[in-house]
Write a new protein. Sequence first.
Length: 395
Amino acid sequence: MSPEALRARLTAEVQAAGALPPRWRETFEAVPRHLFIPDTVWVEADRGWAPLSRQSRPQEWWDLVYRDGYVVTQVDDGRAAEPGAVGSYSTSSASQPSLVMQMLRQLDPGPGDRVLEIGTGSGYNAALLAGRVGAANVTTVEISESLAQQARITLDEAGFGQTRVLVGDGTFGWRPAAPYDRVISTAGVQRVPYDWVAQTRAGGVIVTPWGTGYHNDALVKLTVGADGTASGGFAGSAPFMWMRDQRVILGALSDYVNEADRPDQRQTRLDPQEMFGRGDVDFAISTRVRDCSWHRFDATGGPGEFTVWLVHLGPGERSWASIDREPDGRHVVEQYGPRRLWDEVEAAYAWWVDIGRPARERFGLTVTPDRQTVWLDTSAAPVSTQSWDTGFSPA
C-alpha cells in the first residue's frame, strides 16, 4: 500500500474507534505520522525489545507506523546497545493515534491557544497541536536531548518549524512562555506537578495520564481555578510511560520475596478474578492502597488457576502477599512483613463494593501547591489525600 493509502486506512481506524472529532479530522489527515517515526523502532522480543529497521524490513515498518497502535521509538533512555543486543525497557514511544486524539479531544484547544506539551517524544503530538492552534503557540519540553533534536528537525520538515522545542525536565513546565491556555503531558505522573497549575491561566485546562504503582491507566482533566488550584474528573483510560522522576521501578519478584521468608497463611472466599485486572476495581483500590504493586502469574495445572503477588514499593522493610486462586473457591492467602498487603487490598475492595462499585469516571482529583486529593463525585467527598513538599517557588 502507498503511504497515502496507509494514512487513509489509519484515519478510518481512528474514526471507527470514535476518537476523531470533526474539528480535528483535517489536522489529523494533514500530519504524516511516518515523518515522526525513526528508521529504527523497537518491537517486543523474548528477552526485551528488539530493533526493527525500515531499511531491512520496510513492509513491517510501514504497517506498524500506520496501525492504530503505539510504536516504541527509544529503549533504555537512549543508551547505545551493542550490535544484535535487545533493549531492557522502553523509554519513549509514539502513542496510539486513537489515544492521542482522545487526549486532544479532552484538551480541546482552539486556534490561537497557547499550549505547553510535556514530553515531545517523536514530535507527532506537537505537530497535531501546531496544526490546530498554530506552531508559534506550541511549546514542547523533552528531557532527552537526542529526541528533542530529532523532533525539532522533523517538525521543521513537516512545516511546523515555529514550534518551540526545548530540552529540559518537564516537571517544571516552562515559565518564560507562561501563562498557557492548555497543558498536556504525554508521560504518566503519580503526582501532578504544581508548576503546571501555576503556569496555566485561570480557566485553562491540564490533561495528563495519572496512576500509581498499583494501577497506571487513567486520564485526568483538570481546570485551573482563580484560587490557584486545579480540579477535575478522570476521563477514561490512558496507559503511558512514567515521567522519569516518578517512575515505578519494579525489578524481579525475587527482589521482594526470599525463600527463607515464613509468611502467615489463611484462606479467603473473595475471588481474585473479581479483584485484579479490572479497570474500575484496580483504580479504586489504587486510591486507597499506596506504595504497592501487583503481578499475576497463570498456573499451568488447570483453567482459572493463578497466583497474584502483592509487593511493597519504596523504602522500609520488605512486605509481600500472595493469593492462590483455587477451583474450589477457598483461595489461599500468604502475607509477610510489617504491611498486611492483602488485608489492605481486601479492605479497599470492600469499601468500593459498599459505596456501590463506582466507575472510574465518578472520581476526580484536586491539586494544590502541597497536595493532591482524590474524591468521589464531588471535591467535598475526599477519598484519599497525598501531601508532599513540591519545592515550588513562585519566583
